[in-house]
Design a protein. Structure first.
Length: 248
């Protein structure tokens, strides 16, 4: 009897927030999940949680804005695990400022962490996916990249850039069994949004059809579908998971 090997999924920014929810969900769905962020301690806690629930995971601590180190880490996964089926580029940062006051550093850090890293990871992962004639790439963008957001020129540019990158990769790799899609979260309760004033949270909730903030599990459910084997005809799409805020 032959057993089908577990699909191997990479999730960046898996130490907390949305990435942690995605990692837990993909593990629950039977994937081996490679957890990536800068700090090993929190990743090991997520790994322990996955294993306690009967799943399997491994940990790589790397700064995704260090292109050479990140590319080497992604390249090493297909060598050590024999395959790389699912890539979720989720890690991201904000460095908000009005455009006229935004420093080069604030611009460059956000572009390299939120956009360039996704390109680096895709380039490093694509060969293994093409070889197996199967791949699922998901880039976590934001509704800020769809409609813009005052104070987030760097972030909105990076998140919109992910959409152009994704559509291009979808066109380049579609014939090889590799899909690429964007999930664009709206307002999700995580560390990234925790410190925003209550009036901002109330205002944003008021703009939604579904009158509540989103959760990491809301995003993870969408990622679970677009990375599933059955989603092979869905590519180049942006799905806004935002409680009906933009209906993009
Ligand atoms: P979060 O709670 O701040 O978590 C960010 C994650 O990214 C952490 O695991 C962090 O780990 C990792 N990370 C940051 N910089 C990194 C780097 N240079 N190298 C490696 N890992 C790095 O953020 P979140 O709210 O879960 O957001 C996740 C994604 O969803 C982001 O792309 C964000 O832009 C997007 N998003 C979030 C919302 C929202 O409302 N929360 C809305 C729209 C889009 P370490 O710090 O340990 O490295």
């Amino acid at each position: 009897m032959t057993t089908t090997p577990k699909r191997v999924a990479v999730v960046t920014g898996a130490s907390r927030g949305i990435g942690k929810s995605i990692a837990m969900r993909l593990a629950r769905d039977g994937r081996h999940v490679v957890l990536i962020s800068r700090s090993e301690g929190p990743l090991n806690e997520v790994k322990a949680g996955i294993e306690a629930a009967g799943g399997s995971a491994s940990v790589i601590a790397v700064d995704i804005s260090d292109a050479a180190a990140f590319a080497a880490a992604i390249g090493g996964i297909s060598e050590s695990h024999g395959r790389l089926d699912i890539l979720v580029n989720n890690a991201g940062i904000t460095k908000d400022n009005l455009a006229l006051r935004m420093s080069d550093d604030e611009w460059n850090q956000v572009i390299s962490t939120n956009l360039t890293s996704a390109f680096v990871a895709i380039r490093a992962a694509a060969r293994a996916m093409m070889k197996n004639r199967f791949g699922r790439i998901v880039n976590i963008s934001s509704t800020s990249g769809v409609v813009g957001n005052a104070g987030q020129a760097n972030y909105a540019a990076a998140k919109a850039g992910l959409m152009g990158l994704t559509k291009t990769i979808a066109r380049e790799l579609g014939s090889k069994g590799v899909t690429a899609n964007v999930i664009a979260p709206g307002f999700i309760e995580t560390d990234m949004t925790h410190n925003l004033p209550q009036e901002v949270k109330d205002h944003v909730t008021g703009l939604m059809a579904i009158k509540r903030l989103g959760t990491g599990d809301d995003i993870a459910a969408a990622v679970a579908y677009v990375t599933s084997d059955e989603a092979g005809f869905l590519t180049g799409q942006t799905i806004c998971v935002d409680g009906g805020m933009t209906m993009c």
